[in-house]
Design a protein around this ligand. Sequence first.
Ligand SMILES: [Zn+2]
Ligand SMILES: [Zn+2]
Length: 389
Amino acid sequence: MYAPPGVKTNHNEFPIPDTMKAWVLGNPGELAIGKKPVPVPKKAEVLVRIDAVAICATDLEIIYHGPPASIQGGLPFNKNFTPGHEYMGTVVALGPGVDEYKIGQRVAVEIHAGCGQCKRCREGMYTSCHNYGLNYGDVDKGHRANGFTTDGGFCEYQVNNINTLVAINDEMSDEEGTLVVTAGTAMYALTELGGLVAGESVCVTGPGPIGLMAVAVAKALGAQPVILTGTRDNRLEIGKQLGADAVINIRKTPDVVAEVKRLNGGKGVDYVVECSAATSAVNDAVRMVNRGGKVCLAAFAHEEVPVDVAHIVRNNIYVYGIRGEGKSATHRAEAFMQQKRFDATKIHTHTFPLDDLPTAIRYAKDRVEDAIKVVVKANTGAAQKEAAE
Ligand SMILES: [Zn+2]
Ligand SMILES: [Zn+2]
């Protein structure tokens, strides 16, 4: 029985085995299910029983190409690495000294636990930790980014620093819980990094999960108008349900920049959140913002593209990248969700058992049945593929 020294458990209510099911990445694109020891929480850490984990486009990048995962300083292949980072679950064991959370508490988890020592961590920007990935061999800086630099969530249990936990109430479903961090990323982009205040105008390019959550969070923050651009009408329709005042299908609109300006009284918008990774995206975005406006780049582009720097300079445009969900923005996103300011579950489309991870990945990758967020669940013997309502 799982009983590491100094670790608090409650085996009557939450029995913990010594080993667990875990998916492991072999060669690119190859996942195999096997057994791993249940990990042990250290100081300031808890053991989370993973109740649901969503598949992210970044998981697909990691599984098929490697980066942005970095395991032992290199590519993640054939290193006994378990990917998956968008999970939620139940606290089932407490590391030494932990009293901030209780056994049995449901939590969403942020991905990044910074080292807590570097300049950026001290500023609350722990997703930009200067000791990123330095947690192997003799080097242990305390940094973890589960599913990127340390084992992630495509398994039954994982260890999380208490700073990464966001308590959620019982009204929130497991599936919705996996979206707290997605919404938190949008919050970080718009407020902590962007400085958005109510009444400012926003255009989101690309209706993927982060783009759709950016629409929802922007509207909940009081942005006006919120415009969403994309190529798929069904996703644009979900954007409307999440609060977009206007949507633009770029396949049907020859000049999307002119259309964004038209929708905002002839001027560009104050913010563009770029979530499409399209080749023309950056140049379009810097023309969609007004002079002095801000462009947040939230998508991983696959190729280098020429950018009209002179236009950016002449117009005093701010361009910034975003990595993850810093400055505890996730807690504020969860507060919106708890108040039902938007319904994040609209982007959840499918659930599969953990054992069927390859099927779930195929649905997410090939967008089978218009899949957006696909979730896998370990602890539902009866978990069936289900369409979200
Ligand atoms: Zn993700
Ligand atoms: Zn750090």
